[in-house]
Design a protein around this ligand. Structure first.
Ligand code: DGP
Length: 140
């Protein structure tokens, strides 16, 4: 809910450049970066630049921008990771398991089968940067 949006959540800090991220793509209203606790190699998050906690809080402009970013990044992830398919999911609210209260799509190569636990294990930073470079090479 916009009225209760937490300006101190980690993705708000990333948007204000108060916290780092490994960026793969950006447009006027959305940002895509590597998940630091990937459930598989090539796990990317797409977030709106506006303060929205769940999908129900998103403006039309941010919805379109996030969807466009998912299309661009998802295709690049498939190519970079050499997998002929990808999975997109997102969680709304603590009751659904959302851990960061800023709307985001999870975009992953392949299927949900065999993934690591959700938000469970930190990745090696260099590995994240190497995979990000590979994904970026498939984005025009
Ligand atoms: P969710 O539970 O759907 O809100 O997913 C939050 C995701 O965000 C989870 O996969 C782990 C990831 N994450 C948590 N903190 C950070 C961070 O500081 N940076 C990045 N890049 N990802 C984070």
């Amino acid at each position: 809910m916009q009225g209760t949006y937490d300006q101190e959540n980690i993705f708000a800090k990333i948007l204000r450049e108060e916290a780092p991220c490994v960026k793969v793509y950006e447009n006027d209203n959305a940002l895509a970066f590597m998940d630091v606790m990937p459930q598989t190699d090539g796990h990317v998050l797409v977030i709106p630049k506006e303060p929205a906690e769940t999908i129900y809080d998103l403006s039309e402009d941010a919805s379109l921008a996030c969807m466009r970013a998912v299309q661009i990044v998802g295709k690049a992830i498939e190519q970079a990771m050499g997998v002929g398919g990808s999975t997109v999911f997102q969680l709304n609210g603590k009751a659904a398991g959302q851990t960061v209260p800023h709307f985001h799509f999870h975009v992953l190569p392949g299927s949900l089968l065999g993934l690591k636990g959700h938000a469970s294990e930190m990745a090696d930073p260099q590995t994240l940067m190497d995979i990000a470079e590979k994904i970026k090479s498939f984005i025009d």
